[in-house]
Design a protein around this ligand. Structure first.
Ligand SMILES: C[S@@+](CC[C@H](N)C(=O)[O-])C[C@H]1O[C@@H](n2cnc3c(N)ncnc32)[C@H](O)[C@@H]1O
Ligand code: SF4
Length: 500
């Protein structure tokens, strides 16, 4: 079969990875199919038609029988690219896409077998063949995949077929040549108990847990040893380097990579990697936990590699919001973590932090007190150095995160509105639900702040919007201890008198 894998992004190139698309392409080629992976960026285009022109032309030349979308943003995208001659359209890693007009099936798992089996089934039996493929959603049902997707199933005996990738529209804001290697798909904190009580009366579907961070959809950590992870990573690295000898940035995908960061740097040096930037992400408390290892890794990299920390989740400076998130980190400890990173950056010129740290400013439960605390810390810490425009961030709710169900059961989700859905789809996320604020004061503040043209303008708008509440908030803050967990729960649940 001729298969086109479509990697279409609507945001300038940031941290998106193409690894799985070229991995699937490699598998399909091994099974005798003709495959191309189209890399197409739609940032800054005015109309879908004009924006897709080059891709359409390339597809006309290739005449694919199957289109596999990395993500379907809207039915219009499928309508624009599906042709009479297209036998089937599928969507990767997006179960809900099967319901979109023009999409025949979806492959929700991070797994190789369903992709190959889907195309083989289509080749042998046409669309009817899709009915019984494990891990494939067709006509609303998904036969069980039969195994738990994990990093070792992805990166053993594999070809990263980067040679099959064609760029039909580059990002208007080109970033350095950046590729990824995977040490793990999950997060060790996913399994951390949630004792906050915030989700106690909420019914969650069986595939969603209240454990770990309640806004996040990262799965549980794959239980593999660092030795094994390093072996997987080494082979990916070797393949990436053959495809891209001029690589400028390498991202290690593993939320718990700091546990072997020094060994990873040693591996890179052993493989002869030099003069590129290596990106790591971690929870801020892992900076404390693995500080020695991390400092040793930075030391070892000196003069040869540059290390970068990115996407570290701070999330909020209100302990009440962190409690709702079950983040498991205190404001004090987060700030200490930032200070450690700053200290390393000051001592070692080949270490830096990218201002992409995780922050979630507005949630349905946000109060003016939470906003006041965030404003104060964002200004005090000069937080733009860690996260640009942190003030303009908000919680995205969709069926993969526990807080969605909390909001749903409290009547805070507006099922008929697509306002938020459009915004998230624009940035390439799963379509998000539109939510309401519990506190009308927060809603009024949000409306003055969120659409500010810049983070700086947002800060000024927030400062002004908080003026009417300032005196009351400051008098509360004089009587409470925000480091006391009971006080935090009381404040988070609106028991101001009890907190004082
Ligand atoms: C993939 S997470 C990795 C962060 C890292 N594991 C940590 O916890 O420090 C990156 C960031 O994405 C943001 N994020 C994840 N899910 C979100 C959601 N539903 N809404 C808004 N932001 C979200 C959070 O700020 C999070 O810190
Ligand atoms: S936000 Fe980070 S720590 Fe929390 S569950 Fe997601 S990946 Fe894990």
């Amino acid at each position: 079969m001729r298969v086109a894998i479509l990697q279409i992004r609507r945001m300038p190139a940031t941290y998106f990875f193409d690894t799985l698309n070229v991995l699937y392409a490699g598998d399909l080629r091994r099974d005798g199919h003709e495959v191309k992976v189209y890399d197409h960026n739609l940032a800054e285009v005015d109309s879908l038609g004009a924006g897709l022109a080059n891709l359409k032309q390339a597809l006309d030349d290739f005449q694919p029988e199957v289109l596999l979308f990395e993500r379907v943003f809207s039915p219009a995208l499928v309508a624009a690219l599906r042709e009479e001659s297209t036998i089937a359209v599928g969507a990767l890693h997006q179960e809900s896409a099967e319901a979109i007009e023009g999409v025949d099936f979806s492959l929700p798992n991070l797994a190789r077998t369903p992709v190959v089996e889907a195309i083989n089934a289509l080749a042998e039996k046409g669309l009817d063949g899709l009915a019984n493929v494990p891990g494939l959603t067709f006509n609303g049902t998904t036969p069980d995949l039969g195994y738990r997707p994990s990093v070792d199933r992805l990166f053993v005996d594999f070809d990263l077929a980067y040679d099959l990738m064609i760029q039909t529209r580059p990002s208007p804001d080109p970033s350095p040549l950046r590729k990824h290697v995977f040490g793990n798909l999950g997060c060790p904190y996913r399994n951390a108990p949630n004792r906050t009580g915030f989700l106690d009366d909420i019914e969650l579907p069986t595939n969603i847990t209240a454990r770990g961070c309640t806004f996040c959809d990262r799965p549980d950590y794959d239980r593999i040893r660092p030795d094994f992870a390093l072996g997987l990573v080494r082979e990916q690295l070797q393949q990436v380097r053959v495809a891209y000898p001029d690589l400028e940035q390498l991202i290690l995908v593993d939320e718990y990579a700091l546990r072997y960061v020094d060994r990873f740097v040693a591996l890179l040096l052993e493989e002869g990697v030099r003069d590129i930037e290596i990106f790591f992400s971690a929870r801020i408390d892992y900076i404390h936990k693995f500080r020695d290892r991390f400092e040793a890794a930075v030391e070892q990299a000196g003069g040869q590699l540059r290390l970068v920390m990115y996407l570290v989740g701070i999330e909020n400076f209100s302990p009440m919001e962190l409690w709702r998130f079950n983040k498991g980190v205190s404001v004090r400890s987060a700030i200490e973590g930032l200070n450690i990173l700053k200290g390393i950056g000051d001592r070692q010129e080949h270490f830096r932090c990218e201002p992409s740290f995780g922050f979630i400013m507005f949630t349905p439960w946000t109060t003016p007190l939470d906003l006041y605390l965030n404003l104060a810390y964002i200004q005090r810490l000069d937080f733009d150095q860690w996260r640009q425009s942190a003030i303009l961030t908000r919680l995205r709710l969709y069926r993969e995160n526990a807080l969605y169900f909390k909001a749903l059961q409290e009547g805070l989700i507006d099922e008929d509105s697509h306002e938020g859905a459009d915004a998230s789809a624009r940035y390439g996320y799963e379509a998000e639900a539109t939510w309401r604020f519990v506190d009308p004061r927060s809603r009024a503040i949000y409306e003055k702040v969120y659409n500010a043209p810049s983070g700086e303008a947002g800060l000024l708008a927030l400062q002004q919007a908080l003026v009417p509440y300032k005196a009351e908030i400051e008098s509360i803050l004089q009587t409470v201890d925000l480091e006391d967990p009971d006080t935090v729960v009381k404040l988070a649940t609106g028991d101001l008198a009890g907190a004082a």
